[in-house]
Ligand binder design. Structure first.
Ligand SMILES: [Zn+2]
Length: 635
């Protein structure tokens, strides 16, 4: 019997995931994809004569393996590789058609569950003769495109065989007709592409107005979704019925992530408890308690008792009449009725800030990291065992990633599987998380080749910036990082609330003058420490830019690299706080940092603009991390 390799993949991935307003949309997009690929692998697992090689799941079923790690964390990639020594091409074709049907059927089931939940809340018993079922069918059927390629072993090596399977899959993808379905009417507020799910006999928005009023947790006033986005938004209910871990889960919002370091200070505080109680008494216009209970980031979960309200409430603007109405459905009249509670809440909020000594931050970061040249690494595997071995090493990395982001530091993973990581993190822990993620990346190459590397894109943004934009920017930075010669690069973009963008690209490490490496994350972290301690003026980098811009030519290169070192040193020394200038220890710490900075520019290791933006972002993190409470209250 001939041996065959089968490569299978699900699309679309990026667009499906990035279409997100809430962090929960992002996570559920990843979750559905992960669940569908596990469903596909399950069919192969159940069939005799065929075995999944990649991703490696050991002897467990895919769902069994998933449960053993963390069923709430999407960790299956959007593809699998399988091998068969017994089945004929006809039998394999049949098997794969069965896999396709199982995946499509599962997605339809998730969608049907969501739609039924929705019409139930709206108070309709029937929806499948109202025109809504046409929209359902049109949008859900064929939404996911599944592709697979099979190829039989020939005389060549395993590597050739694998490459051939890959090209089979690519040509199937190229040939498949693309179903362009025309969509008319009011478009979905999330994707903007498809018509909203509605009943054709009444006003398209009538269901949505009722839904937002009755189920504010899932939908904001004015929001209306297509069937695909609705499926995503409500999928927790479907998965919650399968797994109790998901039933109990409410995904931390972006402001929950941005305020996590502040919350770490008040987790067991009595004033915070009182604050939560007051917020929980607030009611919207229908007399319903507003749903504000939310899970904190995992690290806080352990020390935080069961009470917690969304980080949003720690911001002054949460108590503004417009925001109370817009985000929580508390109209002006209802606000007057609850004036006492609102005033008390705001007073407790100010007390908390005074107690902690700094303002809760409105900025958070998204990290997107993946291995460099993974396609090549995977294609060089000499046999199926080598493929499985790569996957096992990556599984061990995923376990490490979970510890780093969720146990050791203040972050929340959206996805972690294979060589891919997507995480939301608090600014105070950004440097630590980045360093540990990069250091922990495994070497997947064999002896003679250089060790595997990884690149990452980061976007730091205000928690009110549309989440899809933040994620896309992080992905753009990741792509930019990978286009740098030799890769192994970190790209960071800072999206300010004002709309200003700064971005920088740099290698994780540069060779220093004395033969030791300059670790850029550590350089950044040390500078943040100096600025935070008040040892270096916050304005120092504006002076830098002024002086150095005059020294650069039209192409942005420094004309006189020789003077950089002395100039940089002079400027940093001038930026040092007078009070500590005479302190020898501080002086030593500062010179150490200068020694690290100067070679970066002097030998053109970093481009001037990248260097300046690096300093700007470092400065921003230092200021934003623990913004002085007294100053910002009067701002
Ligand atoms: Zn949509």
């Amino acid at each position: 019997m001939t041996e065959n390799l089968i490569l299978f993949t699900i699309t679309p991935v990026q667009k499906f995931i990035t279409t997100a307003r809430k962090t929960e949309d992002l996570w559920l997009g990843s979750y559905i994809l992960s669940h569908l690929n596990a469903t596909a692998i399950q069919q192969i697992y159940d069939k005799k004569g065929i075995k999944v090689i990649y991703p490696s799941i050991g002897d467990d079923s895919p769902f069994g393996a998933w449960r053993k790690t963390d069923i709430t964390l999407p960790s299956f990639p959007n593809l699998f590789l399988a091998m068969s020594e017994e089945l004929s091409i006809e039998e394999l074709t049949q098997t794969m058609q069965y896999v396709e049907a199982a995946v499509q059927c599962e997605f339809e089931k998730i969608a049907r569950h969501a739609v039924e939940f929705f019409v139930n809340v709206v108070g309709k018993k029937k929806w499948n003769s109202t025109g809504a079922d046409d929209i359902f069918k049109r949008q859900i059927k064929n939404f996911f495109q599944l592709y697979w390629g099979v190829s039989s072993r020939s005389d060549g090596s395993y590597q050739d065989w694998y490459a051939q399977t890959g090209s089979r899959l690519a040509s199937v993808k190229n040939c498949r007709a693309f179903y362009q379905v025309s969509e008319s009417g009011r478009k979905c507020s999330l994707c903007g592409d498809r018509e909203i799910f509605h009943d054709s006999t009444t006003d398209p928005m009538s269901w949505w107005r009722q839904f937002a009023q009755r189920s504010a947790k899932y939908c904001r006033q004015g929001e209306a979704l297509c069937t695909v986005c609705l499926t995503k938004r409500l999928a927790t209910d479907y998965f919650g019925e399968k797994y109790k871990e998901i039933k109990q889960l409410s995904f931390p919002s972006t402001s929950e992530v941005s305020t996590a370091n502040f919350k770490l200070q008040i987790a067991n505080n009595e004033t915070y408890k009182e604050f939560v109680e007051v917020i929980n008494t607030l009611e919207n216009d229908n007399g319903n308690q507003i749903e504000v209970t939310i899970n904190p980031v995992p690290k806080l979960h352990e020390i935080q008792r069961s009470w917690n309200v969304d980080g949003d409430w720690l911001f002054e603007e949460a108590f503004s009449p417009q925001n109370l109405e817009r985000y929580y459905g508390i109209s002006k009249n209802a606000q007057i009725k609850q004036e006492k509670a609102l005033n008390k809440g705001n007073k407790l909020r100010r007390e908390l800030i005074k107690k902690v000594g700094f303002e809760p931050s409105r900025y958070f970061a998204v990290i997107a990291l993946d291995g460099d040249g993974m396609g090549q690494t995977v294609s060089q595997a000499e046999n199926p065992e080598a493929h499985t071995d790569i996957s096992s090493k990556l599984n061990a990395y995923t376990a490490k990633v979970r510890r780093i982001v969720e146990k050791n530091y203040l972050g929340k993973l959206i996805y972690a599987g294979g060589d891919d990581v997507l995480a939301l993190v608090n600014l105070a822990d950004l440097c630590n998380i980045l360093r540990d993620l990069r250091c922990g990346f495994p070497n997947l190459n064999n002896g003679e080749n250089s060790a595997s590397t990884a690149s990452a894109g980061v976007c730091i943004a205000h928690c009110k910036v549309p989440l899809g934009d933040v994620l896309e920017r992080a992905r753009d930075m990741e792509r930019a990082a990978k286009s740098v010669d030799g890769k192994d690069v970190l790209g960071i973009a800072l999206l300010k609330h004002s709309g200003n963008i700064s971005q920088t690209l740099f290698k994780w490490k540069y060779p220093g003058e004395d033969g030791t490496d300059i670790d850029m994350v550590t350089v950044g972290e040390n500078l943040i420490g100096l600025i935070k301690a008040g040892e270096v003026s916050k304005k120092f980098m504006y002076t830098f830019r002024d002086v150095f811009t005059r020294l650069t030519d039209l192409s942005g290169d420094l004309e006189l690299p020789g003077i950089v070192e002395s100039e940089l040193e002079r400027l940093i020394r001038r930026a040092v706080n007078e009070k500590v200038r005479s302190d020898e220890k501080v002086r030593d710490r500062i010179s150490e940092n200068i020694e690290n900075l100067t070679p970066l520019l002097a030998e053109k290791r970093m481009k001037f603009d990248d260097f300046m933006c690096f300093l700007e972002i470092v400065n921003f993190i230092a200021r934003e991390g623990e913004r002085d409470a007294a100053i910002s209250e009067t701002e």
